[in-house]
Design a protein around this ligand. Sequence first.
Ligand code: SF4
Ligand code: SF4
Length: 374
Amino acid sequence: MEASTVYFTDFRCPVGTSLTEKLRRLCLAAGIRNIDMDGRFVAIKMHFGELGNLAYLRPNYAKVVADLCKEQGGLPFLTDCNTLYPGSRKNALEHLTCAQENGFWPMTTGCQILIGDGLRGTDEVEVPVPNGEYCKTAKIGRAIMDADIFISLTHFKGHESTGFGGTIKNIGMGCGSRAGKMEQHASGHPAVQESLCRGCHRCAKECGSDAIRYNEQNKAVIDQDKCKGCGRCIGACNFDAIYAQCDNANEMLDRKMAEYAAAVCYDRPTFHISLVQDVSPNCDCHGENDAPILPDIGIFASFDPVALDQACADACLAAQPLPNSQLSQNLAKPGWNCHHDNFKDSNPNIEWKATLEQAEKIGMGTRKYTLKKI
Ligand code: SF4
Ligand code: SF4
């Protein structure tokens, strides 16, 4: 496979310019206008940030992308899917409220928000994974698959399980419905935390597999043999008593995530943008953002999501750790086993290369790239 082109602009902004204008110029240089958007729905996948987190991308960046789509006759909307875990984005109502509290309104973004997998995270489509080794199909939020064109707008930062949260993670994990996320994270079956269960029996009514019964204390119990891993019960429980068991090793998570991302992008026009800024050690799903581990680097864009993640990762590997961060504090620990890898030295139990290796292996893109500075 030939090297892909990744376009890059830094965050320098002489008087008279702006970062939004730089993002616009980057998208144009990278060829966003080559996509025929006329009269077509455009899903712009991003992360609206967990409440309390302030590292997520500002809505102003989303508006640049939405405006470009509208100029080309497209019908853009911002989208994300609900989370697996209890937090401020676990159903569509809370998710929209969270997005709005974080500044995402039609006036600030230039388009509407649709939560991809619906009210309870169960509105999904099962789509084939091209050349999938670990997943033959992927369960993706319906609104995202209904779109004619897919654009990812990613905040590139560290991640406690996958090393970094980049474009492939934004697409693969982010577009998975609740059942899709469960399949990537785990063997696929949820469990009940008895102390939180109030015995309301709502979960059993939602389960189409007759997999939930109640014990002598009237606490829900999931029959792991009958359970099909649809995730409906997690959304049904208003008391956060049902949770996904995250029992996949990080490398398996990386590989499944790459396969999910390939399924989202398969057979339709896509375009990808990644901003390497506020590089917190953990993802924006946290209700906090710890001090950045690396300096702000710039904005990258490409038609190839694999090349894009590789370029962002390489730039981060070449950057100097910031003082007073998780990364520099780890490196300063006596006897620290230095990995010479800014992601692994920040979160040692990660295997980030597996994501890119798997994505390339199944034909999603290439890790070889040429960087063009704008
Ligand atoms: S919905 Fe939640 S609280 Fe109600 S029975 Fe099921 S697990 Fe318990
Ligand atoms: S995940 Fe689906 S099949 Fe399994 S217990 Fe919950 S609702 Fe039933």
